[in-house]
Structures are given as C-alpha cells and as structure tokens.
Design a protein around this ligand. Structure first.
Ligand code: COA
Length: 422
C-alpha cells in the first residue's frame, strides 16, 4: 500500500502552485481527480508548447499520477456532478483567483454542508489583508515575499530566482497543511480549511533574511562581503551576491574552463573546522598560524583576499576535480551543475529523482520525480492525463452514473466529448 492510498483528492488546481501540491499527493498514493473546463482544460496544456497540438512539458511535468475529468462547474447540471464529487472526496484543492469557487456557489460553508469531513485547501497570492483579492504569479510572490530584495548583487537591481519558490514552494507548503489536516481529522472527525499564501511561503523560505534584518539593529552583518569592502549597510537587509548567508563564508569561484563554459564554477565554503586543510590545499600553509587569517573573526574583513587565493587554485582544476580533492578532506564544495548535466546524471536516474516518462502523443520526456522518498511507499511516476481522458471512468466508477447518464451529460456539453483509446 502507498502512504496515501484511499485518500481521494478533488483537484481544482491549475498552472503551477496547486498542481505541484496535488502531484505530490498523487505520488504518495492518493487518487487525484483533476477537474478541468470542457474543451479548455488547464491553461498550461497549451502554454510554452514545444510540439504543436501536444500537451506542453509545463503541463505534463506538473500533472503526473492524476486522472482528468472535464466538467463545467458553472452549469446547473455540472454543479450536481460537482456536489457528488465533493461528497465522495476527502480533500479539495484549488488555486483560483480569490472568490472563484464562491462565485460558483461553493462557499466553505456550503462545502461543509455537503461533506463535513472535507478538507478544503487553497493557494492564494496573499493572506488576509490589503492584497487578499490580488491575482499573483511566481515572480510577484518572489518580490512580495522578500526574496527579490535580497537576491542579486549589491550594485544591481532586485533579482528573481529560477527556483519556483512562489509556486512550487507554496504547493509544497500546502501539501504539508493537507496531510496535517488529514491527520487531525482522524481525531476530530471533521475537515478544515487550509490556506497557504504565496507571500507567506516565500517569506518562510527567506526567514534568514528577516533574521539579518533584525541583526542590522546591532551592527553590520560581518559575514556579508560588503563588510570587508567597507561599504556601509543601509537600514534593510541588502543583496548579498553569492555570499553564503550562513556563519560559514562561501562564494562561487571560477574553475578550469570558465572562459568558455558558463557553468565552470564551484561553490566553496571556508568552513572554520576545515580551515587548516584549505590552507594546505591552496598552497598557503602559513595562513594557518597568521594572526590575520588563523580564526574566523579575523578573516571576515579579508574575505576578498581569502577567496581570491582560493580561486587561483580552483581555476587550475575542473569543478569536478575540486570536488574530488575537497570532499575527502571535508571541505564543503559543490559544482555548479547545468540542467543539461543534471538531466544526464546517472545517479539521479537511479534514485528516481529524474525519470523518463512515455506519453501517448508526446513520446518520451524527462521529468523530476518525487524529491521526498518514503521507504515503504515507492513512487511510480505515471504520465499526465489527456484532457478529459477519465471523464466516463470517473462518472461511472466513482459516482455511479450509468452509460446513458454519461452520454446525456456529454450531449449537453456539461462534460467534454473527448474519448480516447490509449
Ligand atoms: N468549469 C467552469 N468554470 C471554471 C472551471 C470549470 N471546470 N474551472 C475554472 N473555471 C473558471 C473559474 O470559476 C474562474 O471564473 P470566474 O473568473 O468567472 O470566477 C475562471 O475559470 C478562472 O479563474 P482564475 O483563477 O481567475 O484564472 P486566471 O487565469 O484569470 O488567473 C491566476 C490565474 C493564477 C493568476 C489566479 O488563478 C490566481 O491568482 N490564483 C491564486 C494564486 C496562484 O495560485 N498563483 C500561482 C499560479 S501558478
């Protein structure tokens, strides 16, 4: 049995944040029923398409292990079907613009009347407050959650990051809220409302920057490069380039080939415990006893000099050679890996972190599998559903409609007309 086997998810999600959450629940074994608008579906099916008329990678990579039913939930007959789905599911997940489900007539109060055990989980851009009605996408959340103001270089503009901390990050937060509410329901017998706002999620991931904001009241942030460069701090946590952000200074340094390879770099951390070994490796053994370099506090104003010396050494090695030398010595380093390198890395294929999936209209493609591994609940990554692929199956097997009722719903356009033989 999979960990979440027997849990049925009514998946009203679209784009990225909500689908990330329900995909994760599907990987843990939940039965995820994705409800999509007839003839339209999740907008991402058609966005950033690399092959004409084929579900995009944007969609396929966020919607594995789900079944798709098309249903017009604004139509009266569609609302009846939707009500039946609410009765039979354990969790409803949605990330529409604020109020969309209320406008359809499915308020939290109504949902509780239909099914008091229902857990109703939402992603919204903001929590309660002045911006609660706003529509929000990834980069808006990165900006409003504190990430952009603290990312990038001091002299440059605020910068967004490639990691989708607003969308996928909030989807992960929501998944935790859902399983927590499922656990609580075991004792209370009742469902509850779960809300994860993207601003809150990003801020949670930026918590160390709020830490630094408060430290600023008591003096400069000595581990930031700008301290050693005598650049004064303002009253807000600054952008720190590639500074490590922790108590152990680190930077991105050039490696052999950097002139032509955009990713020939390593991250190098001058962890205090490894300082003696670092000095030996880079050919500066005298720094071990030098009162200007021997301890972390005296090194802080000299980090530029320290990292320039280390870089002179890393530039003589490839990023992988740096790892081979440093790892046995417990010096924390990490190569800058490109998406190309990650997609070809055999060990990630072996652990199921990168998975090849076969899709009936797209063919084979790579995706990122479940990053969370449970020893007793192995994950099989199943391809994303075609639009409405399981409409008849769900109406008949889950809701008990007969073939004639299904054909009536199809005829009236309440559900989609798609029929597939895959
Ligand atoms: N049948 C009938 N109508 C349906 C439907 C179905 N099966 N599924 C969705 N709809 C309708 C909704 O009811 C809504 O209609 P309404 O505006 O008349 O109320 C509409 O389709 C879609 O709503 P909306 O969420 O506003 O889509 P959008 O494309 O305009 O906005 C977002 C997209 C992401 C900006 C917005 O959904 C949002 O802010 N979501 C919350 C934050 C979030 O998750 N953002 C990150 C996305 S990765």
């Amino acid at each position: 049995m999979k960990a979440l086997e027997g849990v049925r998810i009514l998946d009203m999600t679209h784009v990225q944040s909500g689908p990330t959450c329900t995909q994760l629940l599907g990987w843990f074994g939940a039965d995820v029923i994705k409800v999509e608008r007839p003839g339209v579906g999740d907008a991402t099916r058609g966005q950033l398409r690399d092959i004409p008329d084929v579900d995009s990678l944007y969609f396929t990579m966020l919607n594995h292990n789900k079944r798709s039913i098309t249903l017009n939930t604004k139509d009266e007959k569609g609302k009846e079907v939707f009500t039946r789905l609410i009765e039979t599911c354990d969790v409803m997940v949605e990330n529409f613009a604020p109020g969309a489900l209320d406008r359809m007539g499915f308020t939290w109060e109504r949902i509780q009347e239909i099914n008091p055990r229902m857990i109703y989980a939402s992603v919204k851009g903001f929590g309660q407050g002045p911006y609660s009605e706003c529509k929000v996408y990834e980069n808006v959340a990165q900006c409003a959650g504190g990430s952009a103001s603290t990312t990038g270089f001091l002299e440059g503009p605020p910068t967004v990051t490639g990691a989708q901390i607003g969308d996928s990050g909030t989807g992960l937060h929501l998944a935790l809220g859902i399983v927590t509410a499922l656990y609580h329901r075991e004792h209370s017998g009742r469902g509850q409302r779960v809300l994860a706002s993207m601003q809150d999620g990003v801020l949670n991931l930026c918590r160390v920057k709020l830490r630094d904001q408060q430290r600023l009241d008591h003096g400069p942030l000595t581990e930031y490069s700008q301290f050693g460069e005598d650049i004064p701090f303002s009253d807000a946590t600054p952008r720190a380039g590639n500074d490590s952000g922790g108590g152990q200074p680190g930077r991105i340094l050039k490696c052999k080939g950097w002139e032509t390879d955009a990713n020939a770099y390593t991250y190098f951390i001058t962890q205090a415990a490894a300082w003696g070994k670092i000095c030996d490796v880079i050919g500066r053994p005298e720094w071990k006893e030098d009162p200007n370099f021997s301890t972390p506090p005296v090194r802080l104003p000299r980090l530029n000099e320290v990292f320039e010396a280390i870089e002179q050494w890393t530039m003589t090695k490839t990023k992988f050679e740096v790892m081979e030398v440093c790892n046995p010595l417990d010096i924390p380093v990490g190569p800058i890996l490109s998406m190309k390198e990650l997609s070809e890395e055999p060990s990630l294929r072996e652990t199921g972190t990168i998975v090849e999936v076969d899709h009936p209209t797209r063919g084979k493609y790579l995706t990122v599998g479940n990053p969370v591994k449970l020893s007793d609940s192995p994950v099989e990554v199943a391809r994303s559903p075609l639009l409405g692929e399981h409409t008849a199956e769900i109406l008949q097997e889950v809701l008990g409609y007969n073939a004639e009722q299904v054909s009536q719903l199809r005829g009236s356009g309440v559900v989609g007309k798609e029929e597939y033989s895959v």
